[in-house]
Design a protein around this ligand. Structure first.
Ligand code: TRP
Length: 365
């Protein structure tokens, strides 16, 4: 389809404030895509229904984070005039779509989904997996296809979800006729942004480990976290040669810094490669590198912080953004659902042929 519309859908579970891993992994890219003007429609979803699949007994956690995530989105630069921000559970069409898609997926296929597998392990769900959690890849396929998304910008961990969605699209279209759009995943092109580690060097950033830098954090708190970041534990004296592998400060520099930052804050080095060479050789202390990283991160985060302060003064306005975004999203999903019901031949009362068929069948003569 040549003149197919280009549509983005992506989102986040509202289980906490968004951190810099979310930012470099996806949020920053969304803002760039939004500003590129290359997309006809952009939908950004606060995935509260998905968050409930493993937080069923803690609904206030989800409720408390709706506004938090909306503020993170807006302060990162998502512009409600260009991107439709909405709340998943308000679009009830998504649950109906999920129910139909469930018929097209096998239990063993879900069991093989690597993201679901590792999440089950992480949550110690092995023997008591909620059915809703187990099937969330199907609901994610509903999220993506309901909006006719062509492009799904997400982190690497979401790749199996997009793959599963593509399978559902193929299956649906081959059984019921060409109806759904096949989405493409869009991963960050910078390796370090694919999976930013926690400040302690652990692979996973998590609130309970206390190793995240949040988008909404104060300047002083960001600095404190950067200055205590994990580096090379064997790099004890300045003159010792240092290791870059697993060195969180350098991973963050890979993700955040550019040559302009060097000109501005560390002109003795032309670029990150030169800084790395010096570190490996020995003679470059961690504190100097951390101070540079702090400058780089503050430069990125301070406009975000400033925008947040403005939006926080206008919570009614943010509420309206969410409400009208949700209404627009619902309209779009309703169109897809209509096409799906038609393709599945269950649109009995919208399709005059249904009654005619029955009349022919039951009326003699
Ligand atoms: N699973 C995503 C996450 O954990 C959130 C999400 C739900 C999503 N539905 C989606 C992302 C559809 C992209 C497309 O953050």
């Amino acid at each position: 389809m040549e003149n197919q519309k280009k549509i983005i859908l992506t989102g986040d579970r509202p289980t906490g404030k968004l951190h810099v891993g979310h930012y470099v992994g996806s949020l920053k890219r969304r803002v760039e895509l939004q500003e590129s003007g290359a997309f006809d429609e952009i939908y950004i979803m606060i995935a509260d229904a998905q968050a409930l699949t493993d937080n069923a007994d803690n609904p206030s956690k989800i409720r408390d984070n709706i506004m938090e995530v909306a503020l993170d989105y807006l302060s990162a630069g998502l512009d409600p005039a260009k991107s439709n921000i909405f709340v998943q559970s308000t679009v009830t069409e998504l649950t109906e779509l999920s129910f139909y898609y469930m018929n097209l997926v096998t239990v063993s296929r879900l069991q093989r989904n690597p993201t679901v597998k590792s999440e089950i392990q992480m949550r110690n769900f092995e023997t008591s997996i909620p059915v809703g959690f187990f099937t969330y890849p199907i609901s994610q396929a509903a999220d993506i296809t309901a909006f006719g998304a062509t492009t799904v910008p997400v982190g690497e961990d979401q790749a199996p979800m997009i793959e599963q969605t593509r399978e559902i699209v193929h299956k649906f279209n081959s059984v019921y006729g060409e109806t759904l759009t096949e989405p493409q995943i869009l991963l960050p092109d910078n390796e370090a942004c694919l999976r930013l580690p926690g400040t302690d060097g652990k692979a996973k950033m998590s609130k309970s480990l206390g190793n995240c830098i949040y988008l909404s954090e104060t300047e002083a708190d960001v600095k404190k976290k950067v200055m205590s970041m994990f580096t090379d534990p064997d790099h004890i004296r300045v003159q010792d040669p240092g290791k870059l592998e697993g060195n969180t400060v350098f991973t963050y520099l890979d993700a955040f810094s550019n040559d302009g930052h060097f000109a501005e804050y560390l002109p003795e080095y032309a670029n990150l490669d030169e800084l790395k060479e010096h570190y490996k050789r020995g003679g470059l202390g961690d504190v100097k590198v951390k101070k540079f990283l702090n400058n780089v991160m503050q430069e990125e985060l301070s406009p975000i912080r400033a925008r947040r302060a403005e939006y926080e003064k206008d919570i009614d306005g943010v509420y309206e953004i969410l409400k009208s975004g949700s209404e627009a999203a619902q309209k779009k999903a309703a169109q897809t659902l209509k096409a799906v019901r038609r393709a599945m031949k269950i649109d009995y009362f919208d399709d005059p042929a249904f009654l005619q068929e029955q009349q022919r069948k039951y009326t003699i003569g």
